[in-house]
Unconditional design. Structure first.
Length: 331
């Protein structure tokens, strides 16, 4: 069953993108016009630029463009709030504006816009989320490639469901946007959040290009802090590490206490050594055990504070006489 053509909003976070924006705005207007001509999207679809506290001429360019281009809408943040918040704001603004689906993409055209019709095709077939996945990472530096591989392997080890080689190029449909509207968590890591929501999803492979103009806004320091944000936003495993350590240390302490007592019985120790060893080993393990307990409760608070929906209702089959017109989407 194919869906009708959606009202599409392209969500584009921009932070100091004056160099890349003119080309990007032209390219996005072209792709919207082409999709409209093919009947893939509705009249009135648009590109929504979110100016994330730029200090260059980004907003000026957006204002000029808005006056002349029916495809251009824009939101300006009072201060830089970060890429993830900019995408979030764009998604919720588009939802309020009545969009049936959004596609988030970078302002530097690294996400190949030729993949947009295929994403819309999968939406038409019923996918609620379509992930843009990079074919290869040849445009990344070897360092970035290697560190990204390590990151994905580590996230897999922590059992965090990530789509490998997917960043923030994705189509999200209205039912999913409705759910997002109810999520209040602060430290966002969108690529870790979406796979946990469920919904029918698809993937579209594309070739990641090099930046059209300007400089990357993710230097090494920011990249590392983003990776750490990803780990800590999606998992309480690092908190639980002290539990594992206390268990291992307890085993070691028990073994070594036996050795110390045996040596004492053999008379091989100087006075005070055995009692000192026993106290040190005992205290060390008890302290780690207490930390582990604290970590466990902290992990629970972490989950509660996030306040994510316990389940998400996607569809309900009911009889006409039942009053299920607006089912609760989340609980
Ligand atoms: N960006 C943003 N706020 C920030 C940093 C980046 O809105 O604080 C935007 C940026 O303008 C771009 C996208 O996020 O549209 C991705 O950033 P960038 O291309 O610099 O990252 P890279 O592709 O180098 O990882
Ligand atoms: Mg980029």
């Amino acid at each position: 069953m194919s869906r009708p053509a959606p009202l599409l909003a392209l969500v584009v976070p921009c932070c100091n993108e004056e160099a890349a924006l003119p080309g990007t705005m032209d390219a996005l207007a072209d792709v919207l016009a082409a999709c409209k001509a093919q009947g893939l999207i509705q009249e009135g679809s648009y590109a929504l630029y979110v100016d994330d506290g730029s200090t260059d001429r980004t907003w000026e360019l957006l204002e000029q463009r808005h006056a002349a281009d029916p495809f251009c809408r824009a939101v300006k943040f009072a201060a830089n709030a970060g890429h993830q918040n900019a995408v979030w704001a764009g998604m919720l603004t588009a939802r309020q504006g009545g969009a049936d689906c959004i596609i988030s993409l970078d302002a530097d055209l690294q996400d190949d816009i030729a993949a947009i019709p295929e994403m819309l095709g999968q939406y038409a077939q019923g996918c609620e989320i379509v992930y843009g996945v990079r074919h290869d990472r040849s445009t990344d530096t070897p360092f970035k490639r290697r560190t990204a591989q390590m990151f994905y392997a580590f996230m897999r080890w922590l059992r965090i469901p990530l789509i490998p080689d997917h960043a923030d190029y994705r189509l999200v449909s209205r039912p999913v946007l409705e759910v997002l509207d109810g999520i209040r968590e602060q430290g966002l890591f969108l690529r870790g959040l979406f796979p946990t929501l469920g919904f029918k999803s698809g993937k579209v492979c594309y070739e990641r290009r090099s930046r059209s103009a300007g400089q990357s806004k993710y230097p090494l320091r920011k990249m590392l802090s983003f990776a750490w944000q990803g780990i800590t936003a999606c998992s309480a495993a690092p908190l639980r590490l002290s539990g594992l350590m206390s268990f291992l240390l307890m085993l070691l302490a028990m073994g070594y206490s036996g050795v110390a007592l045996f040596k004492y019985a053999q008379g091989e120790t100087i006075p005070g050594w055995t009692s000192l060893m026993l106290v040190v080993l005992f205290l060390g393990s008890v302290q780690l055990l207490c930390l582990a307990l604290l970590g466990e409760y902290l992990a629970k608070i972490f989950g509660e504070v996030k306040n994510r929906p316990r389940y998400i209702v996607e569809k309900i089959l009911s009889r006409p006489d039942e009053n299920c017109e607006s089912p609760p989407r989340e609980h």
